[in-house]
Design a protein around this ligand. Structure first.
Ligand code: ADP
Length: 393
């Protein structure tokens, strides 16, 4: 019998879950899955550690579960599957910790209220992240819950790196660069010392390339700059998000196209990025396999923007000792990795082409001045680790 930690990542229409068991010092992934279509037609899927499907379930259209029903269903499923194991805590992914929360936080009614005050900073995510927390606080008040923030890892950034050149009052109010994907970067920073101890103590840039994408400059294990800013819209082009944009474009859209805030939000979050440029798909696999000129253009722009940002982050670090690729694209696309590495040969990076094609972690040549790595991220494990640590305090 082991102690179990549940990790929840609740979005507007889905809840992803992972269950970890304590095995001595380490945490072993036991099972995981997701409930999708919470307000349309709900689907449930759970897999064991070896990837074996455990259960699949579909609810008829018109009878969606909502967050409430999904949590109740998940609680029943976990009760059955836990058997002898005992659930000791739940760790939640919460997008925004604002200025106050630079570390994971034990949750109670008062702390949840403080997190709800941050909803305006991340209206598309924060309220949904907090829903299951409220539900569990009501139903199982004695079950310890912990919030782990996507922004927390970046709170070490120097004040200058956090500033927009806006009137200072806005900065003081909280209009500043926060940075996201912090749990992924923190996981990578925790894995790098075993692979490249010198780079882990030195200067590295991590590229988290998934549907959402960002890059982070890390010095001695601490975030010093990142491409995402006030929201998860800034920086690199993503699956459907535009990335960095001249703010004058927004004024033009208002004045010339008569768009309101919601229409602009839809355009920038859902119609742009790889999808908008290609007119074909937000999925990198589809674009790489396509012969369409616009698909090629989207991939070219994606790589170009990464390379530009890499120069900027290397400058913020004053040099570079390592580059780490992670996220769905970073971990799986040898082509994108190769194109980025070749474009930054001027930094002294020499790609090992065959290592890049194989499953090896190190993809730079032995003689390369800086090392390059492919490291699968594990945000859920990071949350489980934090949750266990807070439980012990
Ligand atoms: P999320 O940000 O939603 O967690 P992921 O990290 O899973 O997303 O990344 C999804 C992206 O990874 C998609 O664009 C997908 O096309 C891309 N991807 C996954 N496998 C490959 C592959 N073999 N080659 C290229 N891209 C891939």
């Amino acid at each position: 019998m082991s102690r179990a930690i549940l990790v929840l990542n609740a979005g507007s229409s889905s809840i992803k879950f992972s269950l970890f068991l304590e095995q001595g010092e380490s945490l072993e992934f036991f099972l995981g899955g997701q409930l999708e279509g919470l307000y349309t037609s709900t689907r449930f899927k759970a897999k064991q550690a070896q990837g074996l499907l455990m259960r699949e379930n579909d609810w008829p259209q018109g009878l969606p579960l909502g967050h409430d029903g999904a949590i109740a269903y998940l609680a029943d499923f976990l009760r059955e599957e836990l058997g002898q194991h005992s659930l000791v805590a739940v760790g939640h992914r919460v997008v925004h910790g604002g200025l106050d929360f630079a570390a994971p936080l034990r949750l109670n009614a008062e702390t949840v209220e403080r997190l709800e005050k941050l909803n305006p900073l991340a209206p598309l995510h924060q309220p949904h992240n907090l829903k299951p927390i409220r539900l569990l606080l009501d139903r199982l008040p004695d079950l310890p819950q912990v919030a782990c923030f996507d922004t927390a890892f970046h709170r070490t950034q120097p004040e200058l790196a956090q500033m927009f050149a806006l009137p200072k009052d806005l900065h003081d109010e909280g209009v500043r660069r926060y940075g996201f994907h912090g749990l992924s970067y923190e996981y990578i920073a925790s894995a790098l010392p075993a692979l490249d101890p010198a780079a882990a103590q030195g200067r590295c840039v991590v590229l988290h390339l998934g549907n959402g994408a960002s890059m982070c400059a890390i010095s001695g294990g601490n975030s010093v700059a990142s491409t995402m800013g006030f929201t998860a819209l800034d920086g690199l082009p993503m699956g459907t998000r535009c990335g960095a944009l001249d703010p004058g474009v927004i004024l033009y859209l208002i004045d010339q196209h008569g768009l309101d805030a919601r229409a602009i939000e839809d355009l920038l979050y859902k119609q742009s990025g790889l999808l908008g440029v290609s007119g074909l798909s937000s999925d990198m696999r589809t674009l790489l396999a396509s012969e369409e000129p616009r698909a090629k253009l989207a991939v070219d722009l994606y790589v170009y923007r990464i390379v530009r940002e890499l120069g900027s982050l290397a400058a913020a670090l004053g040099g570079l000792d390592a580059l780490v690729f992670t996220g769905g694209i970073g971990e799986n696309s040898a082509e994108i990795r190769a194109r980025v590495c070749r474009a930054v040969a001027w930094l002294g990076l020499e790609l090992n082409e065959s290592a890049n094609q194989s499953g090896l972690a190190r993809i730079s040549a032995p003689a390369s001045k800086l090392s390059a790595w492919k490291i699968p991220t594990d945000e859920e494990l990071m949350i489980a680790r934090h949750t266990r640590r807070l439980l012990a305090e």
